[in-house]
Each structure stands twice: as C-alpha cells, then as structure tokens.
Design a protein around this ligand. Structure first.
Ligand code: FMN
Ligand code: MN
Length: 485
C-alpha cells in the first residue's frame, strides 16, 4: 500500500497527471527556483527537473520538488481518494498521528548502491539550487530529514532543519538548541564528543510530512503509522544511525562539539517570506555519502507571499491542523470544531463557557508547539466559516472589542524567524530559541457583555438583519419567476 520509495511516489503522480518533467536545461542558480515559484502560484504539478546546468554528468543530475503543494496530492500521499474532502483528510491524519508502527531493520537496500567515502565526497556533485537571490549559498537541506540519536536514551530523532553547502564536504546548519537535534547536540557537547548526523534526501512523502511537524514521538514510528507500513531502516556506514533503506541519498557526518568550529550560515529566504539572519552556526563535516544509482535530489522552495504558499506551508494545512487539534484534545480543551493552522492559527469552537478562547491560547502557548509556532491565535464561534476570509473579517470587526479581546503574551520562547522581532531577540545560541511576542484575538461573543436574550430568540447578539422572515422567503420563492429579475 505504502510508497516504497520516492520513485514509486513519482510514478503515482505521473500516472495521475500531477508530475511534470522539465527537460530543457535550467540553471540551478535562481532560475530553477523561480520556475518552481511560478508553478506553485498556479497550483501546478510536482516538478522533476531532469536537465540542470553544470549537472549534466555529475553524480546527481535530477531534482524533484513541490509534490505536496496541493490538496489532492496530500490525499494521495495518505492513500486516500484524491478527491477526499478536507475534513476526511484532517481526521485521517489525526488518527494516524495518535498511532505508532515500529520500524524494521534490514541488512541493506538501494541506498547502498553507491558508497562514497572521505576525500571522494563532494556535495557540489548534486544539483543543489540557489533558491533566493540573497541566500548565503546553495541550500542543500530544505526538505531533507536529519537523523540524530540521543546519547542517553539512544532514541532516534528525525527533523527537517535547513542547511547550506559550506564546502565540498561541509554543511552549515540552522540548529536551534531547543529543537530535538539541538537538545541531542547539547548532550554531546557536555560529553565533549562530536555528534553523528545522517541527512536523508528523497523517500516516501510521509517522511517530510512527519519530520517537518513537531510530533512528540519517535518520527520513524509515526511515519510507519502515516504510511500504514513499517519504515525499513538500514544502518549508516560511519555511525549507528539508521536511515530508510530505499532513500535516494544519505549524507553522513559529524558535528564538532566545539563552538569555535561554527561557520557563517545564512541568510536564507525563510518560511514567513523574509530572509533570516546570518550567524556562526554548527557545521556537519561529511565523511560519507551513500546513494542510489542515478539519484533524485529532493528540495523545497521556502517562503510564502500572497498567492504563493510553499510546499511546506501547504503540508502544514493538514499536519499542523491534526497536531494542534490532537494536542488541544489531550490537554482537555473542549469544543474544538475545526482548525486552520497557517499562517495564523484559527480555531473554531463550540463555546460552552466564558474564558474558553483563552484556554485554547494558554494551552498552545504552554506547549512545546509554541517553541516554533502559534504566534497569533484567533478563536471564533461555531457559526463562522473559518475557510472564508470575508467571514473572518466580519468576525474581527463585529465580535472583537479591542479593549477586551486582544491579549498580548510578551517575551515568550518562540520562533527566531519572526520578522517582527528585533535581530538581537533572534539569537538562538544566546536564548536557546527566539524571543517572541504573541497575540490572542478572542473573536467569540463575550458572555459577560452579551447575556442570552429571549426576545432575540435566545441569541446573545442582535439577530442578523441581512435576511428576511420565513413567510416572506416562501412568498418570494413562489413568485420568483414573476419578478423577471
Ligand atoms: C521545510 C522546513 C524547514 C524547516 N527548517 C527548520 C530549521 O532550519 N531549523 C529548525 O529548527 N526547524 C526547522 N523546521 C521545523 C522543524 O522541522 C520542526 O519543528 C520539527 O518538529 C523538528 O523536529 P523535532 O521536533 O524532532 O526537533 C523546518 C520545517 C520544515 C517543514
Ligand atoms: Mn522529534
């Protein structure tokens, strides 16, 4: 049932007319990204670039991107009908995120078809784009899963964390100490040991879907649940880390515990749609690359603007909706009916007591999720269509009393990439993460100011006036043709 590798997934997309091969020569330097950006704006197909300038004969020649940037393709990833309604998709992801399926260990796999060691390692042999004009370099890690192991518990972790080629065998990375691999790194630092790292490019689409979502469980086990089949893992060549046996490319390396080994990383065009800042950051020293024959490199164009949502942003509509909803449920916050998770979190509730909206915000802001996300939270009543921007605007205008319903929660541990905070407050190696200010917009009707009124049919707000009574509705329905309008 599950996709056994990136190639099966690409074949499925091609069969469904959801993949376009770009065969004309395209420059890795900005051109490829702009083609991708325009296709994203059109909600177009996934793209397989097969002819990339300077990579006609290199070890890696092809780049695949944008596969998850559309609803029907996310439904296909989940093994659902491609026209499955959004509600069913979110429900499915919620159910699978609550389960775990243990990985299986295998002796070998296609990822071991080629093994490149030591002096032969050259990251420039892969068609890594320069994605945005002011990027500090070619960003190789944009949708790759990075594997590390907790040196105490021995547990494996996989997360998506960006990284830039800093030399033929070096990747400089944006490690936030409070992310899971950052916590691992702090433990290795304390022991004075280098941290082994494996970077996985291209596999079942469940991999980035899970690795890019802050799930409080072992990612490989949740991936098994999402794909409904265990993840087959092989051991790395140079460490005891484990990676999917049919991945396209795996880069193995170590990060020195010594901050003196940090190098300049960034700027990079970030997910909020603005460049991040440059700083000295940890470096993966690459000792080995394993890859399939004719490997397909996997990348993702970061950065949103009106009309363009990144692949990761699109994926988050489903992964984050499920994550947030499951978390609120486990935290005992009742009444959640629907969630739009990006770019701001909008939660629709069946309000059964005053203060419920603040409970939603406090629960999310008190959770690990807030270390990267949940800056702005909007809570609305059950009669507001949260998928309709006009309906939301009317709720902001009419149900928000600015004096009472805007709650600011200052100086919290949060995303260093928030462009509204000062540069100094983004220093993740000084604070462990960024310092972020947050906002709740409580757009639910305030029960203190608006008691139920029997004369309004037990409503709290005046009856809506943009509709007529039943008798008139029937009359006009009956006579509609007579009006000739
Ligand atoms: C495309 C993409 C890029 C990301 N880049 C980074 C990054 O550079 N640094 C980071 O700390 N988190 C990044 N994230 C968020 C993490 O992947 C996310 O918080 C995830 O939960 C991390 O795994 P962990 O919870 O095991 O640490 C990115 C997510 C996506 C989808
Ligand atoms: Mn994790």
């Amino acid at each position: 049932m599950a996709f056994q590798d990136l190639r099966e997934w690409m074949a499925k997309l091609e069969a469904e007319n959801e993949l376009k091969r770009v065969q004309t020569k395209v420059d890795w330097n900005l051109e490829l990204a702009e083609v991708g950006r325009r296709v994203l704006a059109q909600r177009g197909p996934a793209l397989l670039f097969e002819n990339i300038k300077d990579h006609e004969t290199t070890r890696g020649r092809k780049l695949f991107t944008s596969a998850l940037a559309k609803k029907n393709r996310i439904a296909m990833m989940l093994g659902l009908d491609k026209d499955a309604p959004r509600e069913e998709m979110v429900r499915t992801v919620r159910e699978r995120f609550k389960q775990t399926v243990k990985p299986v260990r295998v002796e070998s796999g296609p990822v071991k078809e080629n093994i490149v060691m030591g002096a032969d390692v050259n990251l420039f042999e892969f068609p890594v784009p320069k994605w945005h004009p002011l990027d500090g370099g070619r960003y190789i890690n944009t949708f790759a899963g990075i594997v590390t192991r907790d040196p105490e518990t021995r547990q494996l972790n996989m997360g998506i964390y960006r990284g830039m080629i800093a030399g033929k065998d070096k990747i400089c990375v944006y490690m936030i100490p409070q992310q899971h691999w950052g916590l691992h790194y702090l433990k290795y630092q304390e022991r004075g040991e280098a941290m082994p790292v494996a970077v996985v490019y291209g596999w079942d689409p469940a991999m980035p879907f899970v690795a890019g979502t802050p799930i409080p469980a072992v990612e490989y086990e949740v991936m098994g649940a999402v794909r409904r089949e265990p993840v087959p893992l092989v051991r790395c060549q140079t460490s005891d880390l484990e990676v999917p046996a049919s991945a396209e490319i795996v880069v193995e390396g170590t990060i020195s515990p010594d901050p003196a080994a940090f190098e300049d990383e960034g700027p990079f065009g970030e997910w909020p749609g603005y460049y991040g800042w440059s700083r000295k950051r940890p470096v993966i020293k690459v000792g080995c690359i394993t890859h399939r024959n004719d490997p397909v490199f996997r990348g993702q164009l970061e950065g949103m603007k009106p009309g363009v949502i990144s692949e990761a942003g699109y994926m988050a509509f489903y992964s984050h909706a499920a994550l947030l909803w499951n978390y609120l449920e486990s935290a005992g916050v009742p009444g959640v009916l629907d969630i739009v998770p990006v770019p701001t979190i909008i939660v629709k509730i069946r309000k059964t007591y005053e203060g419920q909206a603040k409970q939603v915000a406090a629960a999310l802001w008190g959770s690990w999720i807030s270390l990267q996300f949940a800056k702005t939270i909007v809570v609305v009543d059950e009669d507001v269509d949260i998928h309709n921007l006009r309906a939301l605007e009317l709720a902001f205008r009419d149900r928000v009393d600015p004096k009472d319903d805007l709650v600011v929660y200052p100086w919290t541990a949060g995303s260093p990439l928030d462009p509204s905070i000062a540069w100094d407050d983004r220093d993740e190696w000084r604070y462990g993460t960024g310092l972020q200010n947050r906002l709740l917009i409580d757009a639910t009707i305030d029960w203190r100011k608006h008691p139920v009124r029997p004369e309004w049919g037990n409503r709290r707000y005046p009856p809506p006036c943009a509709e007529t009574d039943e008798a008139t509705t029937r009359l006009v329905d009956r006579r509609w043709k007579e009006y000739g309008v």
